[in-house]
Design a protein around this ligand. Structure first.
Ligand code: R5P
Length: 315
C-alpha cells in the first residue's frame, strides 16, 4: 500500500473508532480505561460510584449512544465488589440498548477455581462466566487468564491476551541481568515461561511445586533440572497472591546459589504481607502489569488491549 493510501486508512480508522466506540471507565480501572480511550481516540465515558455504609455500590454511567460500549473493569480485591460493579455496568449498557457491549476484565477473578478440586466445591469460574453472559456482555477480553479450562466455561467469545511479550520486553530493555534464566514456579506455568525465555533467548526450567488442597500449603522440590549458580533468575508467574509460591521458589533458587532473583507476573495481587514475605525470601523486585494498579505495575497493558479492540471493532 502506498504511503498516501496508508495515511488515508489510518485516518479513517481513527475517525470511525471515534464515532463508534465508547470506553466506559469502570471504578477499578479508570486509569487503564483512559489510556485505552486515548490510544483508540475513542470517547471516554466516566462512571460515578457511590459506596454505601453497608458496602453496596451505586453506579451511574454517563450518556452514550455509540455502537460499541466497551467497559473496562478489573476484578482484583475487593473482588466481589468489583465483579458486581462490572455486572451493573454491563446491565446498564444492555438496558440502554447498546448494540455491542464488550467487557475488558484484565484480571479475571475466580479463574483459579476452574474446577472442583475437592468434592463439594463450587466451580466459581463457571458461575462468573454465566453471570457475565446473563447480564448481556457479548464478548469478554481478559489478560493471561489462569487456565484454558477457565475459558471453557464461557459460551460467548473470550479474547485472552498474552502480556508475556511486553513483560519480556521490559526485562530485556529495563533490567540489567547477569546470565539470566527464566524459572516457572510450577509445571502449570511452563508455556508462559517458555515463551518468555524464547523472547530473551535464555534457558528456562520449571520447579516442581505441590499444593495441599485442604490447607493450601505449598511445597517446592529443592532439586533443580538446570544449574542456577551465579545466574540471575526471573521467576515468571501469572498471579502473585499471598506471595507464598514466589517466596518458596526464591528460597529454593537461593539455596542452589543463584545470584539475584526477580518476580515477574501479570497480576500482582500482593495480599496482606505478601511483599514483606517475598522480600524476606530474597526477591530483589516485583514487576507486574497495570491489570492491578500499584507501585509494581511497571508494564502498561493499554497498547495490547487497544490493538485487540481495534481488530474486534473492524472484524
Ligand atoms: C497457581 O497455580 C498460580 O499460577 C500462582 O502460582 C498462584 O496463584 C500464586 O499464589 P500465591 O502467591 O498465593 O502462592
Amino acid at each position: 500500500m502506498s504511503t498516501f493510501l496508508r495515511m488515508i486508512s489510518i485516518h479513517e480508522t481513527c475517525y470511525n473508532l471515534n464515532r463508534e466506540v465508547s470506553i466506559i471507565a469502570g471504578p477499578s480501572s479508570s486509569d487503564l480505561a483512559t489510556r485505552i480511550a486515548r490510544d483508540l481516540d475513542a470517547e471516554l465515558v466516566p462512571v460515578d460510584v457511590r459506596i454505601f455504609t453497608d458496602g453496596e455500590s451505586k453506579i451511574k454511567i454517563g450518556k452514550t449512544k455509540k455502537k460499541y460500549c466497551i467497559i473496562v473493569q478489573s476484578t482484583y480485591p475487593p473482588t466481589d465488589r468489583h465483579l458486581l460493579q462490572a455486572l451493573m455496568m454491563i446491565k446498564k449498557c444492555t438496558d440502554c440498548k447498546a448494540m455491542n457491549v464488550y467487557t475488558v476484565i484484565p484480571y479475571l477473578a475466580y479463574a483459579r477455581q476452574d474446577r472442583a478440586f475437592l468434592e463439594g466445591e463450587v466451580i466459581s469460574m463457571e458461575l462468573v462466566a454465566k453471570l457475565l453472559e446473563a447480564v448481556g456482555t457479548r464478548r469478554v477480553i481478559t489478560v493471561d487468564i489462569h487456565s484454558s479450562l477457565a475459558l471453557s466455561h464461557f459460551t460467548i467469545n473470550v479474547q485472552n491476551i498474552s502480556s508475556i511479550s511486553i513483560l519480556a520486553d521490559y526485562a530485556a530493555n529495563e533490567m540489567k541481568l547477569n546470565k539470566p534464566i527464566v524459572v516457572s514456579p510450577d509445571s502449570g506455568g511452563i508455556i508462559r515461561a517458555r515463551e518468555f525465555a524464547k523472547i530473551l533467548k535464555v534457558d528456562m526450567m520449571a520447579l516442581k511445586k505441590f499444593r495441599d488442597r485442604d490447607t493450601g500449603e505449598v511445597h517446592i522440590d529443592e532439586r533443580l533440572d538446570l544449574s542456577v549458580i551465579d545466574r540471575d533468575a526471573l521467576l515468571v508467574d501469572d498471579i502473585i497472591s499471598s506471595g507464598d509460591s514466589i517466596a518458596k521458589a526464591c528460597k529454593v533458587l537461593k539455596k542452589n546459589n543463584s545470584s539475584k532473583v526477580y518476580a515477574i507476573c501479570t497480576h500482582a495481587l500482593l495480599i496482606g504481607d505478601a511483599m514483606q514475605r517475598i522480600k524476606a525470601a530474597g526477591v530483589e523486585d516485583v514487576i507486574a502489569t497495570n491489570s492491578i494498579p500499584s507501585e509494581f505495575a511497571k508494564v502498561d497493558l493499554s497498547r495490547i488491549i487497544s490493538e485487540n479492540l481495534r481488530n474486534l471493532v473492524h472484524s
